[in-house]
Design a protein around this ligand. Structure first.
Ligand SMILES: [Zn+2]
Length: 278
């Protein structure tokens, strides 16, 4: 099931494709003898990962969280990730779910890595144009500033065409702190993967959906210490996973993971001190 009703909100997983990345990177210091039981690697040790985007439909808004990899990766990168040479625009994939992409009026990027905001814009002969022309886009100012620092560690993760044209035209707003872009919707700092990554919650009539983004990239990452080697601040990842998964378990939230290749929604429970799928 890729869509759930939560109170007055309808939440739909829109997976913008699957890619493959080195499993060791995804599980950091965890040995393959352990993670290999939860994720099946191919002959190049790559595991499947989704580009998971979610649409939240409310009475007033159609909100898109993340936009996948988009049209910017070149042929070499696509081959390396086993991504098809041509992928349909995200708007088309949204439409396949019975949602009118023209109605999307808010696009939320938890952070600006290429795999989360690549579908924000489209490359055309006339230049870069917004993929969702009606939408106001949101991300965190610190993340946008960090993207422009071009740090050798992670500069490869940032493609300016995914956000700079939107910032310049005033379509993308850079928020300074935790923020509610629409009634019931919150973007909250959950640092660790990087300094300014946010998670998104959507609460209606006492029911909450939480998009955990790369704080918990897949259902195999529920153990707080199972942190990807990508993460710039692993100790913060552990503390924030603990905190957010605790809240998810207590509140019986419906959660979405940034890159799970199969699961659309999951509830989390805490049993004998360990987080598990409910
Ligand atoms: Zn990611």
């Amino acid at each position: 099931m890729s869509s759930v009703a939560l109170g007055a909100f309808q939440v739909t997983l829109v997976r913008a494709g699957i890619h493959y990345w080195d499993g060791g990177v995804l599980f950091g210091v965890v040995p393959k003898t352990l993670w290999g039981r939860k994720a099946h690697a191919d002959e190049l040790n790559r595991i499947p990962l989704g580009f998971n985007c979610y649409v939240i439909q409310t009475d007033e808004h159609t909100i898109l969280i993340e936009t996948g990899c988009g049209d910017k990766p070149d042929r070499r990168m696509r081959e390396r990730m086993r991504v098809p040479a041509v992928t349909p625009p995200l708007a088309e994939i949204v439409a396949e779910h019975g949602i009118d992409p023209e109605k999307i009026d808010l696009v939320l990027n938890t952070h600006l890595h290429w795999d989360h905001c690549g579908g924000n814009t489209l490359l055309t002969d006339g230049g870069v144009r917004p993929a969702f022309p009606r939408a106001t886009y949101y991300t965190r100012r610190g993340e946008w500033e960090h993207a422009h620092e071009r740090h050798p560690r992670d500069s490869v993760s940032y493609v300016d065409a995914n956000y700079d044209p939107l910032v310049e035209s005033g379509r993308m707003r850079l928020v300074e702190a935790d923020f509610g872009p629409a009634p019931g919707i919150r973007m909250c700092l959950a640092a660790g993967h990087n300094r300014d990554m946010m998670v998104v919650t959507a609460t209606s009539q006492g029911q909450t959906f939480c998009f955990l983004s790369d704080l918990v990239p897949t259902a195999a990452h529920l153990a707080p210490t199972w942190v990807a080697a990508f993460d710039l601040f692993p100790l913060e990842s552990i503390a924030n996973k603990q905190r957010w998964l605790e809240a998810a378990a207590e509140g019986n939230w419906v959660c979405g993971f940034g890159h799970d290749p199969e699961m659309a929604f999951a509830r989390v429970t805490k049993r004998d001190g360990k987080f598990e799928l409910a």
